[in-house]
Design a protein. Structure first.
Length: 162
């Protein structure tokens, strides 16, 4: 288990993101906007993504709630900005594994500072807080993908004269 100084460092990182959230605000040209609530803790997050193809070219969030939910969302936005859906799915999978207690995932440099949330695995009630922004991310990417699929279908219909 993490020693006391490492735990303190992690708490500092979480509080820093809670007090000075990164990418907080709204986007002028959001491709998708996803509100997400965690009724168990009262946390709320609305995540906005600006997509260029399957890349998150910009991201913002608004919300309020406990430090875990807001810090986790802030860290997530830093990790996914400028990345493609495939890379993001992998990062998201590793983060989820970490908060479910996977020690190997907790040492994965791909999830960057979000590793500070590894301790959440010991508090099952807080896992939902840590995953709130990530669940919004997953839904946002799915919505963006279905928008593209719908647009592609429309193109095919126009081309085939349906
Ligand atoms: Zn919470």
């Amino acid at each position: 288990m993490a020693d006391a100084s490492l735990t303190a460092l992690y708490q500092d990182i979480i509080l820093d993101h809670y007090r000075r959230p990164r990418n907080k605000g709204t986007l002028e040209h959001a491709s998708v906007s996803v509100p997400m609530r965690n009724p168990f803790c009262g946390d709320e997050v609305t995540l906005e993504l600006e997509m260029t193809g399957d890349e998150i070219s910009d991201v913002r969030f608004t919300g309020h709630g406990c430090s875990i939910s807001q810090a986790s969302t802030s860290m997530m936005t830093e990790l996914v900005k400028g990345k493609h859906a495939g890379e993001i799915e992998h990062i998201s999978e590793r983060f989820r594994a970490m908060v479910m207690g996977d020690a190997e995932a907790a040492g994965d440099s791909e999830i960057g500072k979000a590793r500070a949330l590894a301790g959440v695995a010991r508090f099952p009630a807080r896992v939902k807080c840590a995953l709130l922004g990530w669940n919004a991310l997953e839904r946002g990417l799915a919505e963006s993908e279905s928008q593209h699929a719908a647009a592609a279908t429309a193109d095919t219909e126009i081309q085939s004269g349906v």
